[in-house]
Design a protein around this ligand. Structure first.
Ligand code: PLP
Length: 449
């Protein structure tokens, strides 16, 4: 249990000793942080006693919300029984074995193996090493280049950050060689007058052009999020994924679908790639796998890749002390069972997802909103100065920041990505709570106006 302190005391200590992720430290010290002290259901509570509807499921991860006793109990029991043992050097333990069985049961049929990490970033680092190992074992070691997308997010280690295509991140860190970026399927921002379906095909074909430019025998893989999350919930046109799948198959390159956000129910399917009918060779995952209660990530590996890794022999020189940590695996087992038994994903697919999308679409009528979009329990809107011309506010994205602060004032967590506002609520949100979310978002838009 933490000490009992006043908000001001927490803020002072925080500013003095704590360097936060993705934060302007100077700004934080000046404004002070918001201290979140407890959470229940789909609400969080700050140190001033304010109740806030969590439209972001923590950080796209608490898909079952905040009061899952079954997950807490599973972790507690595991910590009592076997708090730690590793999976190195021919050792294993029941929770990591059981989770592997369970996770491959919910995964697409052709994915029957899993490699564990502690986070999504490490999962994507693992992807790079596994891809290189696969092609080396296939005696095609020249296949090293990975094609990724501009504005994609795959994590913040040097390797995962290099796969990602966010300019701000690339400016601050050295990036790995051998990674190329093509455009994102962002119709509202980049589609111009083109029909979305035509735009989807055209952007997908950039992959084909890039492979041809580099030489197909040099390209190892293409990586993408089924729906770009941190980049602003960029929902691709329906034509995009079928074309990407065709190109990867024809060119023989591996397809990697980063399921860190889309996985574990967010689209109304277990995985975002299944929603689009794509058949990935590798699927990095994290976040929702443990409902955010324990740090765990991993890579689901297709038979195409696993058969080569397993049959050719030789050590895969990669892994982490906590790969498949028993308590994290226990949390994941309990999460998957809960998602299944509570039929939460089915409800998002058939009932609450369509309801959220219907209510969210009402926001498009607001004078500040240029577009609303979404799938399942993922949604975004575009703040614009002029609805007809899609003219944006100034480059410094102040409208997004103002709207985010207005949401906080209205008792809602909604995230600003530049001038896009995004939500990814817990899958357990009821229709009444969805109404509350939309009403609070409307109020915040009015304040921003
Ligand atoms: N991949 C995607 C698609 C993500 O959205 C994220 C985090 O938001 C990551 C990878 C990185 O995950 P982590 O923050 O657990 O390292």
């Amino acid at each position: 249990m933490s000490e009992v302190r006043s908000t001001a005391q927490w803020q002072e200590l925080d500013a003095k000793h704590h360097l936060h992720p993705f934060t302007d430290f100077k700004d934080l010290a000046e404004k002070g942080s918001r201290i979140i002290v407890k959470a229940e259901g789909v609400y969080i509570y700050d140190s001033e006693g304010n109740q806030i509807l969590d439209g972001m499921a923590g950080l796209w991860c608490c898909n079952l919300g905040y009061d899952r006793k079954e997950i807490v109990d599973a972790v507690q029991q595991q910590l009592t029984e076997l708090p730690f043992y590793n999976n190195f050097f021919q050792c294993s333990h029941p929770p990591s074995i059981e989770l592997s069985r369970l996770i491959t049961e919910i995964a697409p049929e052709h994915m029957n193996n899993v490699f564990y990490t502690n986070s999504g970033s490490e999962a994507n680092d693992t992807v790079i090493r596994m891809i290189h190992r696969f092609w080396d074992l296939q005696e095609q070691p020249q296949r090293k280049t990975i094609i990724a997308r501009k504005n994609g997010y795959h994590g913040s280690t040097i390797a995962a950050g290099s796969l990602g295509g966010m300019n701000g991140m690339h400016k601050q860190y050295a990036t790995l060689p051998g990674i190329e970026h093509i455009d994102q399927p962002y119709w509202f921002g980049e589609g111009g007058d083109m029909d979305p379906a035509e735009f989807g095909v055209q952007v997908a074909r950039q992959l084909e052009a890039k492979i041809d430019e580099l030489g197909a025998d040099k390209v190892a893989a293409f990586i993408a999020e089924p729906i770009q999350g941190a980049g602003g919930v960029i929902v691709p046109p329906e034509t995009y994924w079928p074309e990407i799948s065709r190109i990867c198959k024809e060119k023989g390159i591996l397809l990697v679908c980063d399921e860190v956000i889309c996985g574990f129910g967010r689209t109304g399917e277990w995985f975002g790639s299944s929603y689009y009918g794509a058949e990935p060779d590798l699927m990095p995952f994290a976040k929702g796998v443990t409902n955010g209660y324990q740090p765990l990530g991993g890579v689901l590996v297709s038979d195409r890749v696993a058969d080569v890794l397993k049959s050719k022999g030789g050590e895969f020189t990669h892994g982490f002390t906590y790969s498949g940590h028993p308590a994290a695996c226990a949390a994941a087992i309990a999460t998957i069972k809960s998602l299944r038994e509570g039929k939460h994903i089915e409800r998002v697919r058939e009932e609450t997802g369509p309801y959220l999308q219907k209510r969210w679409a009402e926001l498009a009528e607001h004078p500040l909103v240029g577009e609303t979009r979404g799938v399942g329990f993922l949604a975004a809107l575009e703040l614009v100065k002029n609805k007809e011309t899609r003219e944006r506010f100034d480059d410094d994205c102040t409208a997004g920041a103002i709207c985010r602060d207005a949401c906080t004032e209205s008792g809602l967590v909604m995230r600003a990505v530049g001038d896009m506002m995004v939500v990814a609520p817990p899958l357990t949100m009821t229709k009444e709570q969805i109404d509350e979310l939309v009403e609070k978002a409307k109020k915040a838009l009015d304040i921003t106006l």
